[in-house]
Design a protein around this ligand. Structure first.
Ligand code: GTP
Ligand code: MG
Length: 501
């Protein structure tokens, strides 16, 4: 675009003027600086150093203020777990969470169980594997007097049981039977895997090549540094060549999964169990007889003995670490649950206050609601709950960005509120004030729900992102909250009439 002659002249004049002012200012500043400097140098030393210190302090304060105001504070990282948790780490975290109101009961129970096992000096060998691979049968073969449930139908073991096998010097060796994984009953897989993590050694029982689920389970256990013996049970079903091929495959899987496991720790056995045989009698008729299949588990005993020859303190230390990690996971789950419950409470309380405010106001406006005290407190509380520490400016910016979005959603919110109130029988004609109060409550509720999503997802409050996510989800949130908010407004109104009349 070509500039007009007049504008160009004016611009030239302006630039000249700026230069003149700049030079004059520079001269003025230099002169007064030199002046001050001269006087300072001639004056007492104390004054000079004092003056310099004040100047430095002012500059530092200005930089600090600038940073606080302009640079977004990095949010406390969602706590990264240190690679190796120690007892004191985990205890400190438990105390902190407990003080914050988190239910740490399950996590604490893990530490208590660990302490009692440490005190008893017991070594636990956990028989772990898919259902019906013969875990209980193996335990029965090792401890014949044990009262173990064995059944051809998968899912026969439903709980965790410990059987005393033998005592080594100063050690009590226990065999743990756990439910098989991959069964129909819900929750048993978790029960079994947690118990495997609490034991010093896992005897992983399979009955042939590993399934995909079995490979994943082995991988998880190896990642926990769990000492493993991989047992292929029911080897009586294979001939020598098949057995050798299967053993090679198992070794290959282990090395694929990153486990450096000694060859002697992969064994093929037969737990025995019962066998139905058809016998021909002398008169030519046939009869079914039940026989005990002979057990062949010598190699398993050898493998276990070798493993136990290792320093038992190493086995214990590994077990302890695995339990600390299990405890940390349980704590994290409890914290998540706590946050979810607490955030619902915060949003509900704030929504109630918004409804009360709207019911009381003669002509309420969304601006007062969103950007006012209730909006600020709700945002602050939710941020604190999720460990985000935004600057006050960020909260203000988020609320003011959300304001226009809330305004745009008001017609929808009013319509949804009207419909929602109609769903309550016996209400008759709905007063306009009530519809408005519910509509404002809905917007507020949507703001809270959206903020919880945002904080869960990002762990911090970035005003533009949070406001954008509020806009994207607002209609969905309004629909989702209508029953609850309408109920809340009606109860509120009833209360007021009740107390007023
Ligand atoms: N052929 C053969 N069958 C076996 C062997 N060991 C166990 N069985 C049979 O496998 C079936 C399951 O045995 P269980 O010991 O109950 O297996 P489990 O792994 O404890 O099963 P869940 O507790 O349900 O997970 C039973 O019918 C046993 O008789 C074996 O070495 N060879
Ligand atoms: Mg069993």
């Amino acid at each position: 675009m070509k500039l007009d002659r007049f504008i160009r002249l004016a611009l030239g004049f302006l630039i000249l003027l700026v230069f003149v002012i700049a030079i004059a200012a520079l001269l003025f500043v230099t002169e007064s600086a030199l002046n001050v400097w001269d006087r300072l140098v001639q004056g007492p030393r104390l004054l000079l150093y004092g003056y310099i210190s004040v100047m430095v302090a002012l500059v530092v304060a200005a930089i600090w203020l600038g940073i606080r105001l302009l640079v977004r504070r990095k949010i406390a990282e969602p706590e990264r777990r240190p690679a190796k948790l120690s007892k004191s780490d985990i205890e400190a975290r438990l105390r902190e969470a407990d003080a914050a109101g988190v239910d740490v009961g399950e996590a604490q129970a893990e530490l208590r169980e660990l302490a009692s096992r440490q005190q008893a000096g017991s070594v636990h060998l956990c028989f772990f594997g898919e259902i019906s691979t013969g875990k209980s049968s193996l335990i029965k073969a090792l401890v014949p007097e044990a009262d173990v449930v064995i059944d051809a139908a998968g899912g026969s073991t439903m709980d965790i049981r410990h059987y005393r096998w033998r005592d080594d010097v100063g050690l009590q060796i226990l065999l743990t039977d756990v439910p098989g994984t991959g069964g129909l009953e819900e929750g048993l897989d978790k029960l079994a895997e947690e118990e495997a993590r609490r034991s010093q050694v896992v005897i992983f029982v399979c009955e042939g090549d590993l399934t995909r689920a079995e490979k994943q389970a082995v991988k998880r256990l190896l990642a926990l540094e769990k000492p493993l013996v991989l047992v292929m049970n029911k080897s009586d079903r294979y001939d020598a060549a098949e057995q050798a091929a299967l053993m090679q495959r198992l070794l290959d899987h282990l090395s694929d999964l990153g486990g450096e496991i000694a060859k002697g720790r992969v064994v093929a056995v037969s737990a025995g169990g019962q066998l139905d045989l058809i016998e021909k009698k002398a008169d030519g008729t046939e009869d079914t007889v039940r026989r005990e299949r002979p057990a062949d588990i010598g190699v398993l005993v050898v493998a276990i003995n070798r493993l136990l020859e290792e320093d038992s303190s190493t086995l214990d230390a590994r077990r302890d670490r695995a339990v600390f990690q299990l405890t940390a996971e349980k704590l994290a789950a409890a914290e998540q649950k706590y946050r979810q419950q607490r955030s619902e409470q915060i949003v509900r309380n704030s929504t109630r206050k918004a409804v009360v405010g709207a019911l009381a106001a003669v002509s309420p406006g969304t601006d007062v609601i969103i950007q006012g005290y209730i909006g600020t407190t709700m945002t602050q509380s939710l941020c604190k709950l999720y460990g985000a520490s935004p600057r006050d400016l960020d909260i203000e910016e988020f609320l003011s960005l959300s304001q226009s979005r809330a305004g745009k959603a008001l017609p929808l919110s009013l319509a949804v509120a009207g419909n929602g109130l109609k769903a309550f029988p016996g209400l008759g004609t709905v007063a306009g004030g009530l519809v408005h109060a519910v509509a404002y409550g809905l917007i507020f509720d949507a703001l809270g729900r959206s903020l919880v999503h945002t904080l869960t997802k990002h762990g911090e409050l970035v005003p533009e992102t949070a406001a954008k996510e509020f806009e994207e989800g607002i209609s969905e949130h309004i629909e989702a909250g209508v029953r609850q908010v309408a109920r809340l407004a009606l109860d509120q109104q009833k209360d007021e009439h009740g107390s007023g009349g």
